[in-house]
Design a protein around this ligand. Structure first.
Ligand code: ZN
Ligand code: FE
Length: 271
């Protein structure tokens, strides 16, 4: 392995708005959450890459649908959440809180981040001498938003997001969906006077007009723009209070109010 080459993280778009992230070093690659095999095979072939391992954050079909087809051609280890072993079925290495994975010369720490699903895990790669910290967070944290509560409680997802928010500010955040523009519309409804948010909308609008990903984000940026990480801020708490008609008792309740508000939110038509 050419371990002196820098680690690259490339988006492989799939379905309507998924990114199947490809970690690449030299001629070796690791794919994260391969919901579909065809775009992964195409990306490997186009760059002459050999698949080395597969990382999985949770059991939803748009994150594991390509496992069987990929494994039929590449006999590689599949690292994923122990708590979802029965639904994912193809795991070869079952992971939980405190475990780590070494791939492509990087170590990733496993964090259990329940809420979107109960067994959901995230992979955090601490900074090295040469490379900055990176986070592969699946459907837990999105730029300016967060995953829906399919299996867990608001308290669980709020706790999971608080742990991600406490990672180093420079951490590059690789979310698995391009939801940023519609998330920003909601974030602006919550915090219309947030200048960082207004500024970011312009940047993302330009990127998306050129069909470029709005990702990765960073923890530092999310702390400025993501209402689900900002439940301690008076502007977010006040918006939650106005929505619910009462003062939230704590940050978790403010989070629950925001999550339910977002579930029914339709972005205003953009000019
Ligand atoms: Zn999901
Ligand atoms: Fe998903």
């Amino acid at each position: 392995m050419t371990s002196h080459a820098a680690l690259q993280v490339l988006p492989v778009p799939a379905f309507t708005d998924n990114y199947l992230w490809l970690l690449v070093r030299g001629d070796e690659a690791v794919v994260v959450d391969p919901g579909d095999a065809a775009p992964v095979e195409a990306a490997l072939a186009a760059r002459g890459l050999r698949l080395n391992a597969i990382l999985v954050t949770h059991h939803h079909p748009d994150h594991i649908g390509g496992l069987a087809a990929l494994l039929s051609r590449h006999p590689v280890p599949v690292y994923g959440p122990r708590r979802e072993r029965d639904t994912i079925k193809r795991l070869t290495v079952e992971l939980g809180e405190g475990d780590h994975v070494d791939v492509l010369g990087r170590r990733f720490e496993v964090m259990e981040v329940p809420g979107h699903t109960l067994g959901h895990i995230a992979f955090f790669g601490p900074a090295t001498d040469l490379e900055g910290p990176i986070l592969l967070c699946g459907d837990t944290l999105f730029s300016a938003g967060c995953g829906r509560l399919f299996e867990g409680t608001a308290a669980q997802l709020h706790g999971s997001l608080a742990r991600l928010a406490a990672l180093p500010p420079a951490t590059q955040v690789y979310c698995t969906h391009e939801y940023t523009m519609s998330n920003l519309a909601f974030a602006l409804a919550v915090e219309p006077a947030n200048a960082a948010l207004q500024e970011h909308v312009g940047r993302v609008r330009d990127l998306r007009a050129r069909n470029e990903p709005s990702l990765p984000s960073s923890i530092e940026q999310e702390l400025r723009i993501n209402p689900f990480l900002r439940t301690a801020h008076p502007s977010v708490r006040d918006a939650a209070a106005a929505k619910a008609g009462h003062e939230p008792a704590d940050e978790t309740e403010a989070f629950a109010i925001l999550r339910a508000w977002k579930d029914g939110f339709r972005p205003p038509a953009s000019p």
